[in-house]
Design a binder for this molecule. Structure first.
Ligand code: CO
Length: 434
């Protein structure tokens, strides 16, 4: 499947949120880059994108009829970040003068165990001094650079009976021998073609170097790092770029920092989306009234992956609101509104999928399990829009090698594309035409 191969290379080329946004820009061929710090001149039918912190991105296509009084927004939101380990400012630790480790702390809530005994790289962004100021460089040396070694079973016979990992003890990656002392900053500087003394700042992470792959009988599964949530980033951008013209402004949002609560200047809990929509309306000559009218007739898919039934632990899923890989997009429910879905937003999405011939599954946690949250209800607190939480079923969420269904990839693209192409209109509160 062409889409699956393209997804796998997108994942492999996107070790961090900064790379994911850079790769997203490549998918947006023909889109005009806007800067938040400059005036926006927009034309009907135009295709644009804007980034914030180079780790969040909003891409949009204006309708041919961009009259502010007829404007509405059709949005898909996903996230660019994944749980991983951040390298601290003073990056090196030495052990008995024989080893150099990297001093790392966890970003987000990951499964620790999969990070052991696998090739790791260092990637992120480096801020360098230039002749006239400061510049940002992407950094991802293409080689295996570190490993977090397990303790041999002979030294801990009880390990298979359950082990409590201590992040500051067990999870420090080995970088080199004692001779490597002082090398980390030099290696990073060389990788971006800068002098060591010109490195002014870094945002660097330990990343899995295991390439994604398709596997299993009938090639049913794919496994890769960062499927949560780059699978939804990729499918939403494929749908946006492929969708035929339709009424309404089509928007794809990719937010950073979902894994740590979204409360950053570029996260879903920031003004990034509201600033962008407000500026678009103003650039089209619209007023605050036009913006509010448009929002009331707008709809959002909050797209973040969902938990498939685990083959070894089916009892962890709700007996009837359970989902499987390769059986289509998932609509997620939570009574306490950790997910935005309600009866109305479920109905709109399900009807769009039914017309497109895409199957839909429905997920809720067991009633005694808290489950996770996502960015939909955080974003809608700033930009209040009818929203449905969706995703693709996957296993091992927040492992550094997650598993999903290959057949779900084209189905999600079709569902999102149909959403962008549907002339969805709110006729009155609770009444929609589509
Ligand atoms: Co997620």
């Amino acid at each position: 499947m062409q889409e699956v191969q393209s997804l796998l290379s997108f994942l492999d080329r996107s070790p961090t949120c900064f790379h994911a946004v850079a790769e997203a820009e490549k998918l947006l061929a023909g889109f005009v880059r806007l800067e938040e710090g400059q005036p926006w001149q927009l034309v009907p039918g135009g295709r644009y994108y804007v980034t914030r912190n180079r780790s969040s991105l909003i891409a949009f296509i204006l309708p041919e009829d961009a009259a502010p009084e007829r404007l509405s927004f059709r949005l898909v939101a996903s996230h660019s970040d994944s749980p991983m380990f951040r390298v601290k400012e003073n990056a090196e630790l030495t052990v008995k003068d024989k080893y150099v480790q990297l001093d790392v702390e966890k970003y987000g809530g990951m499964l620790f165990a999969p990070w052991f005994d696998r090739p790791l790289g260092v990637a992120g962004r480096v801020i360098v001094r230039t002749a006239d100021g400061i510049a940002t460089r992407l950094c991802a040396p293409d080689r295996d650079m570190a490993i977090i070694p397990n303790v041999a079973i002979h030294m801990n016979r009880e390990v298979n009976n359950g082990y409590k990992y201590q992040a500051h003890v067990d999870l420090m990656p080995l970088w080199g021998t004692g001779a490597a002392k002082g090398s980390f900053r030099r290696v990073i500087a060389e990788s971006v073609g800068a002098a060591e003394e010109d490195i002014l700042g870094t945002d660097l992470f330990l990343v899995s170097r295991v390439p994604g792959r398709v596997w299993g009988e009938e090639d049913a599964f794919l496994s890769a790092a960062r499927l949560d949530d780059l699978e939804c980033v990729f499918t939403s951008l494929c749908a946006l770029t492929a969708a035929a013209p339709a009424p309404g402004m089509r928007v794809a949002c990719v937010f950073d920092n979902e894994e740590v609560g979204s409360r950053t200047k570029q996260g879903a809990d920031s003004t990034f989306l509201s600033d962008t929509l407000r500026r678009v309306v103003a650039a089209l000559g619209g007023t605050e009234e036009h913006l509010l009218t448009a929002l009331a007739s707008s709809f959002m898919l909050s797209a973040d992956n969902a938990h498939a039934v685990h083959p070894n632990h089916p009892e962890l899923s709700d007996p009837v609101n359970q989902v499987f890989m390769n059986e289509g997009p998932v609509v997620k429910f939570n009574a306490n509104q950790k997910y935005t879905t309600d009866g109305l937003s479920r109905a709109v999405f399900a009807e769009i999928c039914r017309r497109e011939g895409v199957p839909v599954q429905y997920f809720a946690n067991r009633s005694d399990m808290a489950g996770g949250g996502t960015l939909g209800n955080i974003s809608t607190a700033h930009v209040s829009i009818n929203t449905v939480d969706i995703g693709l079923a996957q296993l091992a969420m927040h492992s550094c090698f997650e598993t999903a269904g290959t057949r779900d990839v084209p189905m999600m693209i079709r569902a999102m594309r149909a959403f962008y192409e549907t002339p969805l209109r709110c006729a009155a509160d609770g009444e929609w035409t589509l």
